[in-house]
Design a binder for this molecule. Sequence first.
Ligand SMILES: Cc1ncc(C[n+]2csc(CCOP(=O)(O)OP(=O)(O)O)c2C)c(N)n1
Ligand SMILES: [Mg+2]
Length: 290
Amino acid sequence: MAATRDSSGRASPATGSEETELRALSIDTIRGLSMDAVQAANSGHPGTAMALAPLAYVLFERFLRVNPADTEWPDRDRFVLSAGHACVLQYSLLHLCGYDLALEDLRQFRQWDSRCPGHPERGHTPGIEITTGPLGQGVANAVGMAMAERFLSDRFNRPGREIVDHRVYAICSDGDMMEGVSQEAASIAGHFGLGKLILCYDDNHITIDGTTSLSFDGESHTDRFAADGWHVQRVEDSEDVDALEVAISAAREEHERPSFIAIRSHIAFPAPNAKDTAKAHGAALGEDVR
Ligand SMILES: Cc1ncc(C[n+]2csc(CCOP(=O)(O)OP(=O)(O)O)c2C)c(N)n1
Ligand SMILES: [Mg+2]
């Protein structure tokens, strides 16, 4: 995405401001597709998809090593959306990155026989690595994938022939943190020092029924993961693409421990009336988003 074309059609490096503009356009496009797909279905979860558009952009554009034309390439990076309710975000990314998922498929979001069902389903939509929706489970699946990578690389790699060398990136939400299974999985990931696992936590202070202060503000997730032996970082603004990139780069540099990145976001950003509301968790924004 970071290149422009001159009059002869040759790609030339983008200037700083061109790159910033392109980046903003890309993120807005992800956000717009996600909002529109939910609106068209009048069903789904727009708020988290909107708020996490910059994170998804950074992950897919800057870091994820995949081949959209060969979704089963064994050494691909894995991406797990544990917060599966926000799958319209993943569908938007898959479409824009060139997977076999057309705009028409996005238009069919949440319809009968759709290739874009209400939660991601492995084997149904190209590029979906794992079925998610039951909160917590995607975190455990991501840990399992990182364990598999460790096993396969130990078993098959030889000096100068590292045929298994990939990372697992996952996004989770408050509900994932609430479920015990995520903590059990975090414990063993810390024990094994799964350095190729990077878990991004959407710290938006909102769940399905209101703010986290109703039921879930008594513990520090960063301290909990640190206690389990994880490398822990915080990003204070989910709109700060540079900070996201720096944090993910640092997580990649950490080889001995799995990484947890808590990212403060605002659900449904930037829709003024929906932002920071639980309503934006699971309802279309409506025709008038002012
Ligand atoms: C195990 C489990 N229990 C309940 C649900 C129903 N559910 C879907 S999303 C959600 C919580 C939403 O809060 P959060 O995870 O913070 O997501 P956000 O609203 O921030 O996107 C719940 C309880 C579920 N998907 N899985
Ligand atoms: Mg939340």
